[in-house]
Write a protein that binds this ligand. Structure first.
Ligand SMILES: [Zn+2]
Length: 103
């Protein structure tokens, strides 16, 4: 028997919709003034905010300040570009399992 672990639910900082923790992209405010960083592993320590893997939510999170509000700190504009690159590299539905890509 396989044990299915229920996915924890997180709320998108932009559109406020709830989704599984691993569907959303985590952004973390690093402790001790370490700034804000993208957290693809979802395991870094610090206050986290989540975003849908969507261009619209990314734009909204920065434009409306949803991300800064959730993290309770300033979010550098450079992070928007970083997230955009990250989103572009994500495969929404990896159906082809024959190709193994470490990234
Ligand atoms: Zn969203």
């Amino acid at each position: 028997m396989t044990t299915l672990r229920k996915q924890p639910t997180r709320t998108c900082a932009a559109c406020r919709s709830k989704d599984g923790k691993w569907t959303l992209v985590r952004v973390v405010r690093l402790p001790d003034g370490g700034g804000v960083a993208l957290d693809p592993s979802g395991k870094r320590a610090g206050r986290g905010a989540y975003l849908c893997n969507s261009e619209a939510c990314l734009t909204l999170a920065f434009k409306k300040g949803g991300l800064a509000r959730t993290l309770k700190c300033q979010v550098p504009g450079t992070l928007e570009a970083e997230l955009r690159t990250h989103f572009a590299g994500l495969t929404p539905a990896p159906l082809d399992t024959s190709k193994t890509n470490p990234e």
